[in-house]
Design a protein around this ligand. Structure first.
Ligand code: SDX
Length: 378
């Protein structure tokens, strides 16, 4: 079988296209957004600046950031018809299903949802609308599920602070907000991951922006992808106490279970984002005086490295950060969505600007050609 005919299940190792948005460098275990290392961005910028960078290709000047941030704050409103529809969302639905449905419904209320594909300004405008309303929806959905009233957005707050205030009705400590903002920067973009590639496939048919985002949310929900951060916290809760981590993990490996938060399709010697998220995780744990999650975190990782030489991915440190901040586990993946809107949108724009329908071929392995027998001969 020639190399061309070799089936690469899961598209492992297949270079499907070029992109200028980010570079995941396996050899050096580094990640850059438009040429800037994510560690540098986490220490020196905000999520808003990174969202602007991903969309426009350059970091914003002070004036550009003010305009971008004002546009986002001015879009923190939801059509009354959509608010009405949201009230019927089942309280026991999966938060990712609710969020996916919200985006689908939001599209129907956006008058320019189907503007022409090549109108960069309209893509940016739609991205800003989702950067503004997705956090609002997540906070509203969380508050109603825990029996609390909706907290109105505050124009004086940026994306991270506003989301925190809408969730907890209080202004966060600076260190807490920094850890959260860093998680949004690290979750924002990661080249051709499954959900981003899904968004590009949908865009390649010249379908609309919201259809591409909705499809990406569906892909991200899976526990092999974005759903892993929730599964990490479910794992810690199931282990129960840090000293049981070794036995629990060994038993799970014996049963050939996948340990959530570990492994990666591209990084095989560790996810370059983990060190940065871990730094802020440990700082937050110290600030909160809660070292319990750090013990789980270090104990399970020790077993995975010793037994399988498999390293953590970003979902592993982000899960305890979200627990320490106070988010319920079922909101961890929606928070991933809130951030990845930026990366998905940058890729949707890039695909639309230089499009070719994405349509791979498959190697047929079904029945040989045959004729149709009469009914009584079947
Ligand atoms: C994200 O692509 C991206 O960039 C995604 C992401 C992003 O920012 O968009 O980085 C975000 O999705 C991170 C990944 C989150 N998912 C998880 O944490 C789920 C657990 N991880 C695994 O399911 C797995 O590591 C994947 C899905 C992430 C990668 O799978 P691959 O590349 O298909 O590798 P594989 O499943 O073929 O594993 C190779 C070997 C296997 O052993 P053998 O069958 O060959 O003996 O490693 C083992 C696997 O069993 N293995 C694991 C493991 N991950 C791989 N064994 C136990 N636990 C694990 N987590």
């Amino acid at each position: 079988m020639s190399d061309e005919e070799k089936v690469r299940k899961g598209l492992v190792g297949v270079i499907a296209d070029e992109s200028r948005v980010s570079s995941v460098m396996q050899a050096s275990n580094t990640l850059t957004y438009r040429g800037y290392s994510v560690g540098d961005l986490c220490d020196n910028t905000s999520f808003e600046e990174v969202a602007y960078l991903l969309l426009h290709g350059e970091l914003p000047t002070r004036l550009e950031l003010e305009k971008f941030s004002s546009a986002e704050r001015e879009n923190r409103n939801i059509d009354p018809g959509l608010w009405k529809a949201m009230q019927s969302f089942p309280m026991d639905s999966h938060p990712m299903d609710a969020l996916r449905s919200f985006i689908s419904l939001y599209a129907m209320y956006d008058t320019d949802a189907h503007l022409s594909q090549l109108d960069k300004a309209s893509y940016i405008k739609k991205t800003i609308k989702l950067l503004a309303t997705v956090p609002m929806f997540i906070a509203w959905d969380r508050r109603r599920r825990v029996g609390l009233p909706f907290v109105q957005p505050k124009q004086s707050f940026g994306i991270s602070e506003n989301f925190y205030n809408m969730c907890f009705a209080e202004v966060p400590k600076q260190e807490t907000m920094k850890a959260f903002d860093v998680s949004l920067i690290l979750y924002a973009e990661h080249s051709f991951n499954a959900s981003t590639f899904t968004a590009r496939v949908v865009t390649s048919t010249l379908s609309d922006y919201y259809s591409a985002i909705t499809a990406a949310v569906g892909a991200l929900k899976g526990p092999l992808h974005g759903g892993a951060n929730e599964a990490v916290m479910q794992m810690f809760d199931e282990i129960g106490s840090p000293e049981k981590s070794e036995a629990w993990t060994m038993d799970a490996l014996l049963q050939k279970k996948k340990i959530m938060g570990f492994g990666h399709r591209v990084y095989k010697n560790g996810d370059s984002r983990v060190a940065t998220m871990q730094k802020y995780f440990f700082k937050l744990a110290e600030l909160k005086g809660d070292t319990r999650y750090r013990s789980f975190y270090e104990n399970v990782a020790k077993v995975m490295l010793r037994e399988k030489n498999i390293h953590p991915n970003l979902d592993y440190p982000s899960a305890p950060v979200y627990r320490l901040i106070g988010f319920e586990t079922f909101f961890f993946t929606p928070i991933f969505v809130m951030s990845r809107i930026a990366g998905w949108s940058a890729h949707i724009l890039e695909q639309a600007e230089d499009n070719r329908l994405i349509r791979p071929i498959c190697k047929y392995s079904g029945a040989k050609e045959r004729s149709v027998p009469r009914m009584d001969a079947r």
